[in-house]
Design a protein around this ligand. Structure first.
Ligand SMILES: Cc1cc2nc3c(=O)[nH]c(=O)nc-3n(C[C@H](O)[C@H](O)[C@H](O)COP(=O)(O)OP(=O)(O)OC[C@H]3O[C@@H](n4cnc5c(N)ncnc54)[C@H](O)[C@@H]3O)c2cc1C
Ligand code: HEM
Length: 268
């Protein structure tokens, strides 16, 4: 990226921020209409509430703001990388997001979006995507190299379902292949994916591993989510409580997350 492209990026960030809601709404609508399969990866609850809907596009703007010194964003990019790997985001997804983001910038800004502006944004996005793909490749490699390690979705059987309270139920999850699992670090989470017949989609959510670290199974403890003002149940937590029984299968990605307890400190 040359200096004049860097200047273009810096000058257009505030304009795009101003159009933040329009930009992200347009972006998701556009991307899902071309790639309805991606609805299986994104959280459709967030899409309805608008919560976190802006996270992806806003992170691109935040990166652009720090285009001269992207190093300051590295801790945040690692955190996002953990979330992405837990949802099995792969390099082939990045050009799809890039194309729809740049097209959305063009469509939302209209005539104000000159060729130079669009070209500079494409370069900025690709730089960020390269950085993220590199971080994620490292995390995928780490997961493969661990004892019991795997990447992507692995089928697990619910061996036990224990009601802890009116709101919380624990699920004991064992891998269907009978092999080892990664012994997690306290504080890490897994993503769990189920098929929701009402939606006709797979949906994934994150749950902290609540068992003691071991190589055979994971326990998760799920709170039934409910929005009393609108009388709306959370999709996955209620599906797990009401429909998933002992013997059923769910898909899990490997434990992940760097917000963990240090083993020595945990013992004191
Ligand atoms: C790292 C991490 C670890 C986690 N660990 C745990 C854990 O150990 N245990 C646990 O129980 N949870 C945990 N969570 C939260 C969990 O991932 C889910 O977010 C939670 O189960 C809710 O998912 P859901 O599908 O039931 O709700 P969603 O369908 O995603 O809905 C979320 C909320 O929005 C409301 N809502 C849905 N649709 C609408 C609408 N149209 N308008 C207004 N409101 C609406 C729902 O009532 C609900 O309260 C964790 C999350 C993260 C990120
Ligand atoms: C440079 C490009 C990208 C950036 C900057 C980015 C940024 C982000 C951020 C900030 C979050 C929120 C993390 C959190 O707080 O938990 C997020 C979540 C997510 N991202 Fe990305 N992302 C990028 C590319 C992608 C791609 C290519 C995909 C796949 C098509 C993707 C799919 C997701 C999904 C599914 C979530 C979880 C939120 C949800 O389910 O709605 N992202 N991303």
């Amino acid at each position: 990226m040359n200096n004049s492209q860097r200047e273009i990026i810096t000058a257009t960030v505030p304009i795009l921020r101003e159009h933040g809601v329009a930009l992200t709404t347009h972006f998701y609508k556009r991307m899902f209409s071309h790639h309805p399969d991606l609805k299986n990866i994104f959280n459709m609850g967030n899409q309805k509430t608008g919560k976190q809907q802006q996270a992806l596009a806003m992170a691109v703007l935040a990166y652009a703001e720090h285009i001269a010194n992207p190093g300051v964003l590295l801790p945040e990019l690692h955190r996002i990388g953990h979330k992405h790997v837990s949802l099995e985001i792969r390099p082939e997804h990045y050009p799809i997001v890039g194309n729809h983001l740049i097209a959305s910038i063009k469509e939302v800004l209209g005539e104000a979006a000159s060729l130079e502006i669009l070209e500079a944004w494409e370069i900025a996005y690709n730089q960020l995507a390269d950085l993220m793909m590199g971080i994620e490749a490292g995390i995928y490699k780490d997961q493969t190299n661990k004892k019991g390690g795997w990447t992507g979705w692995r089928p697990f059987r619910v061996k036990e379902k224990v009601k802890e309270s009116d709101e919380i139920t624990s699920f004991y999850l064992y891998p269907c292949d009978g092999e080892n699992v990664i012994s997690h670090i306290p504080g890490q989470f897994i993503s769990l994916r189920v098929f929701l017949p009402d939606l006709g989609l797979n949906q994934a959510r994150q749950y902290s591993v609540s068992s003691v670290p071991n190589e055979h199974y994971y326990r998760i403890s799920v709170k039934k989510e409910f929005n009393p003002n609108l009388n709306i149940n959370g999709m996955i937590s209620n599906f797990l409580h009401d429909h998933i029984q002992t013997g059923d299968l769910v898909d899990l990605t490997a434990p992940i997350g760097n917000f963990t307890l240090e083993p020595k400190k945990a013992c004191r």
